[in-house]
Design a protein around this ligand. Structure first.
Ligand code: SME
Length: 160
């Protein structure tokens, strides 16, 4: 099991080496994906000013859901309700957009600083209730590091 600390140390190194923002996001997805062997699809959706989530880097099967409006599916609901969502069994969830028929559970962790939501980490698992407290804490730590990165990018005045 890889620790969130290791992922963050690697991301910090990459950041200090002057890597582009997109490159750091890709590395974060790679790092998140190996945090737990039950993570079968790992991606980042970024929130744009038109209130649409757009798929950024991901690992796993390609998905039809490249654009998701706020309020739609588990991903859009997390933004609308400004909260993380852990769905133990997607077959019981009415507001769910299927990415793969194999998916059984899903975790969405917001990348946010206070009230400002920048993006989200979305993870699917083929196992029911794959996201236990320990794995949620690991993902949260990486998401919080990414939130600080988004905030510093905003402070530097670059386009979101
Ligand atoms: N299941 C998500 C859609 C994204 S795919 O899983 C990659 C949802 O319900 O919003």
């Amino acid at each position: 099991m890889v620790k969130a600390d290791h992922v963050i140390v690697d991301l910090e190194k990459l950041h200090r080496s002057g890597a582009a923002f997109e490159e750091i996001l890709e590395a974060a997805v790679r790092g998140l994906h190996v945090l737990d062997e039950r993570f079968h699809w790992t991606g980042i959706y970024e929130l744009f000013p038109d209130n649409v989530l757009r798929l950024g880097p991901f690992i796993g099967a390609p998905t039809d859901h490249v654009f998701i409006g706020v309020g739609r599916g588990v991903c859009g609901t997390a933004v609308a309700e400004r909260r993380n969502i852990n769905v133990p069994d997607v077959r019981l969830e009415s507001n769910y957009l299927a990415c793969s028929t194999e998916t059984r559970s899903e975790l969405v962790i917001l990348i946010r600083r206070g009230e400002k939501i920048y993006a989200q980490v979305d993870i699917d698992s083929h196992q029911v209730a794959a996201f236990d407290e320990a794995s949620v804490v690991r993902v949260q730590r990486v998401a919080d590091w990414l939130a600080a990165l988004y905030e510093s990018r905003d402070r530097l005045g670059r386009a979101p």
